[in-house]
Design a protein around this ligand. Sequence first.
Ligand SMILES: C[S@@+](CC[C@H](N)C(=O)[O-])C[C@H]1O[C@@H](n2cnc3c(N)ncnc32)[C@H](O)[C@@H]1O
Ligand code: SF4
Length: 389
Amino acid sequence: MRAGTLQLNVLPPLSLYVHMPWCLKKCPYCDFNSHEWRAGGQIPEQAYLAALRADLDAALPLIWGRRVHSVFIGGGTPSLFSPDAIDQLLADVRARLQLVPDVEITLEANPGTFERDRFAAFAQAGVNRLSIGVQSFDDARLKALGRVHDAQQAHNAVDEAARHFPTFNLDLMFALPQQDMTACETDLRAALAHQPPHLSLYQLTLEPNTLFARQPPPLPDEDLSADMQHAVASRAQAAGLQRYEVSAYAIPGHRCRHNLNYWQFGDYLGIGAGAHSKISFAHRIVRQTRWRHPQRYMDQAMQGAAIETENEVARRDLPFEFMLNALRLREGVAATLFPERTGLPHSAIARPLQTTQDKGLLILDPSILQTTPIGFDMLNNVLECFLPE
Ligand SMILES: C[S@@+](CC[C@H](N)C(=O)[O-])C[C@H]1O[C@@H](n2cnc3c(N)ncnc32)[C@H](O)[C@@H]1O
Ligand code: SF4
């Protein structure tokens, strides 16, 4: 092996991400690649499906012969697509990729009435996990977040998801405009009353290039936000939802396999506008991004050129990139996963490991890479130690 070359003896599990880039309305806090569908009427489902097919066809040589363990249809608002379109999409995927028999297929849905009526048909199309973007069960908070649904619609949507899907997730945010501790706890209680198998609890962040970044709403201060983080974590855990990642909580057997694959530094092919991919080969790891703007993406994909950027991950960046993902997991990962997924020898992280262990931020067991409880609460400080010198 040439000095400086990676050596991956086994390729990691592969997932598929499909990005659906449209929403009814852009939320003021959102920096995802989502675009208001202003043209009126139906979104261009057939044209977009054709672009996804062309994108996937062009990508196949990169993942030839590999089985796919999970599919995640995210957005934007994928539930704006009709069940027939989702059915077609999944048929297109199955015709081109070998999915494992118990493949997890997640679809992100917004909780409007219009979408709720489609949940049964999404399940019929083969979706077996629904992720509902509730954000809050409090009408005043939903209004402040610019959401297009109200609390009652959110409750109804969750009930409907529980009826039709073997598992589902609720996205909830905290530290919302003018939220106090009581309101935060009330919100979480409302979520827990539905006994969700999975919860994602995110602190609202002001992302650059959003309306909230330009005109910040009155948010809880840092101390109150930290107290809220502790309160939601302990309440969710008391209700039997284990915090297995910084923002993710699940009852046993319901962890999100797709996201676990990201955190375990697995591979993913991302198709659709602005989607990201990470694909490993025996001696290199490649990242790609697709064209971001939906129309540009569709035009490019139909010409077999959906990829805007492609680059090999530099050897020196791999330790940080691996740790950035793996240490988000409360239980960490087996130490053997580092050489297996990065193709680097364990010695590549020996020094920062020693430093973080000496500071009490990582546990001392040599068979596992895992933060201590203090390290978990100070993840950014831990990760800094793994930045390239
Ligand atoms: C891809 S987004 C959108 C899913 C869906 N379109 C929706 O809004 O319901 C996934 C989740 O990220 C979270 N999120 C989005 N922007 C955020 C922000 N600025 N701060 C914290 N969480 C955010 C929300 O909980 C959201 O449900
Ligand atoms: S609905 Fe979801 S993806 Fe769309 S703008 Fe709002 S937060 Fe972003």
